[in-house]
Design a protein around this ligand. Sequence first.
Ligand code: GTP
Length: 596
Amino acid sequence: MDNIRNFSIIAHIDHGKSTLADRLLQITGVVGDHEFRDQMLDTMDIERERGITIKSQSVALPYRASDGKDYVLNLIDTPGHADFSYEVSRALVACEGALLVIDAAQGVQAQTLANFYMALELDLEVIPVINKIDLPSADVDRVKAQIEKDLGLDSDHALAISAKEGTGIEEVLEAVVNRIPHPKGDPNAPLKALIFDSHWDPYRGTIVHLRLFDGKLKPGEVIKFWSNNATYKVEEIGSFLIERKPRKELNAGQVGYMIAGIKTVSDTRIGDTVTLEDRPCKEALKGFKLVKPVVFSSFYPISSDDYEELAVALEKLKLNDASLTFEKDHSTALGHGFRCGFLGLLHLEIVQERLEREFNLSLILTAPSVQYVLVLKDGTETIIDNPAKYPDPVYIQSAKEPFIRASIILPDQFLGPVISLSIDRRGVQKDMHYLDSSRVELTFDLPLSEVLFDFYDRLKSVSRGYASFDYDFLEYRETELAKVDILVSGEKVDALSMLVHKDRAYQRARRACERLKNEIPRQLFKVAVQGAIGGKIIARETVSALRKDVTAKCYGGDITRKKKLLEKQKEGKKRMKQVGNVVIPQSAFLAVLKTD
Ligand code: GTP
């Protein structure tokens, strides 16, 4: 065990985690220089394009240190977004230490702190790594001062590197060997292993990523998952190089994979304990929880012929994404679709993008919603995330909505606008303190629903990109809800209904009506677009009647132009939905749901 080190790289978004990981792969020869592909560990195209790590991969790095000994350094990759913070925490449990990467120009940011606290709570050895020292705007001394003040770490022990240019990488590996403790554990005790990730392989089924704390694991043994007592016979175990390398045995302290005929990744739970059926460990590893979706939206195919395809595509995505949930949903306006649940808005966007790009589906999404707890007058409680399921308000006693605690770090010149934005989003300020002479950490309690609604973009814009943001779920709090319905020509378009805080109802209804008015093509008659709460109309716009034939303006008999216009209309029709006597184009649905 002395020659093993288990570690992660943690960082604020874009501070260079993936670039450093790639360098480590390259310098330890795991990937040859000629096959070096930028960001080896980010495997999905969308990850590469968006430049964020979503799904983690681990890899064993063989390294001969300056002491002449050979080591195995298990790099456990972590997802880099607040939506996935539970996954990050489980990956860290598998480690004894972490490299905390900090951008030399940007310094300590909100997720630097959040990740650091997480590592600290788990008693990990944290090595601060100042990255991007090649940048002209790099200010290593300033970042060192922040490491001392914000993190309380000795900055003399911080490493200064450029992952991009490859400077200081050897020192990083030496620090991993010399400063991160080797794993401890009893190889003769009953098996106790942590599931820190799993992924799906089309040929082998679920590949479980394990960290063994005690005991051993061999092919042929029968393992048991602690959380649900499910048992499986182990087919293969091994280590992660870039490809999987089968082994005869995994031992306490080691990291590796297991294949055991597990059908989907949903049958494995991140954070769960794996043990042997006939010789179980006494207790499970701490900190396990079931991750539940927090954001919901209904997905409808534009063309109802695509419904089956959407079902198949969601099943496929689910194979590799245990946190995605979906169930059948139906809308009068849009037909059959699925109500889907996500860990956050980013997760939703990724799934949407994959459905559209990898499966070639055109979709209409309903406005993302959080889960509300309704206390009914008969004393029962019900949880809803779908406006369609909202009961008649006369039955509702009270409602609760999820709140998050947000940490925002920003230069003090933007304090005013950032505080106003947070208060405008019904935030309650909890704390404010200076990290140094000009940087402030603000703590706000905010309703999750308000954060979903373009909070992040607004924050970036009012702080000219300088504010950084991280959050944790806090609790459910009392709220006042209203269901806003949208009516077109007097008919309710159910897919456009939304649950909002009562104070937002007018604003959201008005906006939806304005946008619909601009998107609904004129018809031969006047079309009223209305927003309503119950029977009460709270907003109204009118699409005036068509006076002329659309082709009339192409006077002079330019027949090709006329034809083109008609073609275009035909094309557009395919993407329209008939609601009562009015056709609504897809663009109208999208416009209403778009945040700005
Ligand atoms: P997430 O996956 O979202 O967590 O981001 P990340 O932390 O992995 O950042 P990534 O490695 O993708 O780097 C972000 C950007 O910084 C990329 O454009 C990199 O090319 C750039 N970058 C990384 N390291 C360096 C460096 O040492 N110097 C310079 N100048 N740029 C760097």
